[in-house]
Design a protein around this ligand. Structure first.
Ligand code: UD1
Length: 422
């Protein structure tokens, strides 16, 4: 298993190009299942999650070929309607094939992504949406089994209790081929949903309101082959901004969509970091002193939960105390005990973490527990005194393309090595 060895204390400087968004590429890949023909998706990040989604699609009968960052998919013929446990357990986003399979094949059998449908990360809203479109949904031995009514899915009014990104995407994909009009209320407004809607529209779907909380879809009988360019990854953008800020560095990020993360720029500015935007380039300059702030995660355009752990690393070394509240995932704090191993002072009460800053972190062995938590450890390692080893970095490889190479190109002292172990 791979690990990172980081020697803290280097100031980051230079330019980095931001990769395509993982969380937009994955649903768009699933949406390719709706198209009886070829789909070309550009600016696809070369990540493990993308490989996993390719495997899911291939098992269903589609072909997927990634050349550099261009993904060529062909779902002319679908041979199966089952996404099995072995793949879905590796990546929750595999649930995105549910809507497209129901729409195109009239049936789907998809493993539940971990635990029960109403567990800590439930999928009840995905199921509710499919039922609203007329599907019969049952659970069978850990699988979601869904069947469209005779004649196919029918447009419907769906109001989501929570503005779930995944449920919005799944319902949107199911509805584009349904008969009649579907209205999704309290829809997620994340840029990934807008990208998915733009992709579907480029294939001939009729969608309005993506990016607002009400999306209207008029079903069409068939989608057509299309070519599409993915959006840049706003979470990766926020991660590199934070990496520059924590080291007091000066970094330019190119290929950014600044309109996707104004709140992150604002929060960094409040922390005392200079952020400037020119076209698709964002420049950030820290002076080595960060002021503590309070952060509450919210649905877009609020502060993203995916940057919560990463900003907690910043608060650990900032002046003063800051409070971080995660309203999206109340238990997403596996980075807290690991940050404490580096000397951080964090009190955790439910979904509220109080971080007492102004600490000098000290290098240690830490464990990478999930994608964003791992990244928080890398950032902390960049400022910790001495050597930090982040073990089990396969989580990071799910969401960041060669992060150690790109950080090293900015001057970080970080290397990947293979270690023995389970
Ligand atoms: C997506 C992102 C993930 C991000 C999250 C929130 C992808 C591949 N992943 O995950 O990185 O952290 O959005 O921005 O895009 N919920 C329900 N019932 C459901 C579905 C969700 O109650 O059926 C709840 C969840 O428990 C959570 C909230 O809705 O509290 C948001 O989850 P959701 O937006 O669905 O996250 P994902 O789409 O899984």
């Amino acid at each position: 298993m791979d690990a990172f060895r980081i020697l803290g204390g280097r100031r980051l400087e230079g330019t980095v190009e931001i990769a395509g968004a993982k969380n937009a590429a994955l649903p768009i890949m699933a949406a390719a299942l709706l198209i009886p023909g070829r789909t070309v998706l550009r600016r696809v990040p070369a990540l493990r999650d993308v490989t996993t989604m390719s495997r899911v699609l291939e098992k269903l009968g589609a072909s997927c070929e990634l050349n550099g960052h261009v993904l060529d998919m062909d779902a002319t013929e679908l041979l199966s309607h089952e996404a099995d446990w072995d793949l879905v357990r590796r990546m929750r986003a595999s649930i995105y094939v549910l809507g497209p399979l129901l729409a195109r094949r009239g049936k789907a059998r998809v493993s539940l992504p971990g635990g029960c449908a109403w567990g800590p990360r439930p999928v009840n809203l995905h199921l509710k949406g499919m039922e609203a479109l007329g599907a019969e949904v049952t659970l069978d031995q850990g699988y979601i089994v869904a069947e469209a009514p005779p004649g196919g899915l029918r447009g419907a009014h769906v109001s989501l209790d929570v503005a779930s990104v995944g449920a919005t995407g799944n319902i949107l994909m199911a509805a584009v081929l349904a008969k009649g009009r579907t209205i999704i209320e309290n829809a997620a407004k994340e840029p990934d949903i807008v990208a998915l809607a733009d992709f579907l529209s480029s294939a001939g779907a009729s969608i309005s309101g993506a990016g607002t909380s009400t999306i209207e879809i008029d079903g069409v009988s068939e989608l057509k082959p299309t070519e599409f360019e993915n959006i840049p990854d706003r979470i990766e953008t926020g991660t590199f901004l934070a990496a520059a800020a924590i080291t007091g560095g000066a970094v330019h990020l190119t290929g950014v969509r600044p309109d996707h993360l104004p709140i992150v720029f604002d929060r960094l500015t409040e922390m005392g970091v200079r952020v400037s935007v020119e076209g698709q380039t964002v420049s950030v300059e820290g002076n080595g002193k960060l002021q503590a702030i309070d952060i509450t995660t919210q649905v877009h355009p609020g502060f993203p939960t995916d940057l919560q752990a990463i900003f907690m690393a910043l608060l650990c070394v900032a002046e003063g105390s800051g409070v971080i509240k995660d309203t999206i995932y109340g238990d997403r704090f596996s980075h807290v005990p690991e940050l404490r191993r580096l000397g951080a002072n964090i009190r955790l009460d439910g979904n509220v973490a109080t971080v007492k800053g102004a600490r000098r972190l000290q290098g240690a062995n830490v464990l990478s527990t999930d994608l964003r938590a791992s990244c928080a450890m890398v950032l902390a390692g960049l400022v910790a005194e001495g050597e930090t080893v982040v073990h089990r970095v396969y989580h990071i490889d799910r969401g960041y393309e060669q992060i150690e190479v790109r950080l090293a190109s900015l001057g970080a002292q970080i290397e990947r090595f293979r270690e023995e172990g389970p």
